[in-house]
Design a binder for this molecule. Sequence first.
Ligand SMILES: [Zn+2]
Length: 353
Amino acid sequence: MKYCPRCGVSRTLASEHRWDPGGNVTLTRDPTHRMTLLDNEALDNIFESISQRIGLPVNNIVKEAKRKSSRHFMDALLSGMLGVVARNLASARVYDRLGEQLSSLGLGHARVIAYRRHRFLEGKVTNPYNAPAIAGDISGAFDSVEGCAGEVAFDMSPDGTLHVQIDAGSECDPFDGRFSFVQPPVVPGRNIFELCPVCRAPIDLGRHYSFDLERGVIIEKKTGHRVVIIGVIALRGLFDELANELGDEIPGMIMTIEKDRVKDIILSKGKDLDSSEQGYMRYMKTLQLRGLGNGISASFSGDTLTARVDNPYYEPLIAGFIAGFYEATTGRGSRASWTRADSGYTEVTVEPV
Ligand SMILES: [Zn+2]
């Protein structure tokens, strides 16, 4: 049985994740590893908009950043006996298992086409969430499982199928891309999720999302938008890499891109929204189920809004999420700033311009 008969959530997803009271979704086997449910369009939109604004493609940065975090993730997963077994039996089966993992996270459906140990891996991905990102995910796994760095090439067919080819050549040189990450402290919270009595996933997860393991796709029922499940470490690593390569204006750019997207979505619904402090609190509640953070307070001083969010997955995206609501409800342009979550929370300030 692949899906919970009661709530419809995929069983792997339900058993491998926990929803904690502080707005964090974590891996069951490693509570320090946070995951997020992201709007796939929002992610694509960030890459495309950055690329347009700076006039350069960001594919290579995205691929290499995902490759590093994927290798880091796989190295941790394959530590100890499991790693010894996986690496000694390294065979197409290990990658097929990985493919199932990608499906359960809604990243697409991957299959091994050809494989030779320590030499090459060729795969086909239908419904890839993002071509360079998933190519990076797969090549990072190859780096970790084989212990050899491979040249990665990918190509999208007109029918939307992605071909990924990793070639380690005749030598087996280990990959030497460095990956470092500072885990911000986690602030406890008090949210209670009503859980499915059968699979223990939050009831709201099955209520709001549908899961298709055959296609490797998760859909938000209300909007029809695709969502993907991505680790906070991977996501922050990716945005940090973009900032390292392209400059310090990247976080501000990401905030603005997200603000504009959120504003457009809210305005397109054409509903009258409660823009009081309680209205912001209700709006921020949507962050919790998706593991994006925990809205704690919102207050106005004149036209200036200050909101505190604990455990933000990425501060500029939280600021864009709040500023988009501000602009949609006030009809005014805004300037948003945020504090770094070095103590586990960010304070976002939005003021009119
Ligand atoms: Zn269930």
